[in-house]
Design a protein around this ligand. Structure first.
Ligand code: SF4
Ligand code: SF4
Length: 310
């Protein structure tokens, strides 16, 4: 089986992305993440199984979806409810989408589809001209954690390199070192998260493995510093205080990091959580550029290229 026949578990493919690496890019969001950050902008990518979006504004409560469901996974007894464990839909989109098809009001959609690498590349290659005319554009893989499934990440990156495309990976670093080493020669830009240096706090809030993340990031900064952009999401109630962010910037500077992005906390994940029937659990006031100005100035003082935003 060639790499174009391999299957990947895709949440979404976004064309004309401008914040996921240089130039104009197509970002392939893969399903599955070892972390569960409560402020996640893409909560539907966390599980590997399909996720249902139900739009209350479109739903008229007719019950056609529940009537069509062979698994009794939908109930309207006390408002719309979907039982993910009862649903028999798999990432293979042909298996069951009866509820989605029964809904005349387009209130139901799913995130999570198995696609061949060839089909993904057909979408990615539609915009080759834009990549070539946009200062280093190309394909980004994101998630979820796109390196959580090593085989899928390698298949996509190898296919992109066969086509001569620029590649970027947006990663938490919460994966085996052997995976980072395997993909490293195929990646032009690592967009690597750093959320907290305190391993206990990181695990408590996100489930992340701090020592593993720090070890992987230190290794990448030692072998390919010019290809690593570190992204620090600045989150109120988690890491948004002077001492915490400054210590992260010091830690990065000591390891040869040259490029950092400071990402202000936002609540873009809230509406997705609502449509997923999931509580949005980190309800803080969004930050703006001015809130991060002092961190930005400190990163510049340390000699790093710094930017507020992606
Ligand atoms: S996908 Fe199929 S099993 Fe799942 S809720 Fe919809 S109709 Fe029921
Ligand atoms: S079929 Fe559509 S409109 Fe009717 S109850 Fe189900 S989601 Fe709502």
């Amino acid at each position: 089986m060639g790499e174009r026949d391999a299957t990947v578990n895709v949440s979404q493919i976004e064309r004309f992305a401008t914040h996921d690496g240089p130039g104009i890019r197509t970002t392939v969001f893969l399903k599955g993440c070892p972390l569960h950050c409560p402020w996640c902008a893409n909560p539907e990518t966390q599980p590997t199984s399909p996720v249902m979006f139900h739009d209350e504004r479109k739903c008229v409560g007719c019950g056609a979806c529940a009537a069509a469901c062979p698994a009794r996974a939908i109930s309207l007894d006390d408002g719309f409810a979907w039982d993910r464990r009862a649903c028999v839909r798999t990432p293979d989109a042909t298996s069951c989408t009866l509820c989605e098809r029964a809904c005349m009001h387009e209130a139901i959609s799913f995130s999570g589809e198995l696609m061949s690498v060839g089909d993904v590349m057909d979408v990615v290659l539609r915009d080759r001209d834009y990549y070539e005319n946009s200062c280093g554009g190309g394909m980004t893989i994101s998630g979820g954690e796109p390196l959580a499934n090593r085989g899928q990440a390698l298949a996509l990156l190898e296919a992109a390199k066969v086509e001569g495309l620029n590649t970027a990976v947006e990663t938490t670093g919460n994966v085996a070192r052997s995976t980072v080493e395997a993909v490293e020669p195929l990646v032009d830009h690592f967009l690597h998260d750093l959320k907290h240096l305190d391993d206990v706090r990181l695990r408590e809030v996100t489930g992340g493995d701090g020592p593993l993340i720090k070890s992987n990031l230190t290794w990448l900064l030692s072998v390919a510093p010019e290809r690593v952009n570190v992204r620090i999401p600045v989150i109120p109630g988690f890491n948004h205080d002077d001492a915490t962010i400054r210590s992260m910037l010091d830690w990065l500077a000591e390891r040869g990091c040259t490029k950092v992005n400071l990402l202000p906390y936002h609540t873009l994940g809230r509406s997705k959580c609502t449509r997923m029937g999931k509580a949005y659990e980190w309800d803080e006031h969004p930050l703006d550029e001015a809130d991060l100005a002092a961190y930005h100035a400190y990163a510049l003082e340390l000699g790093m290229e710094s930017k507020v935003g992606a």
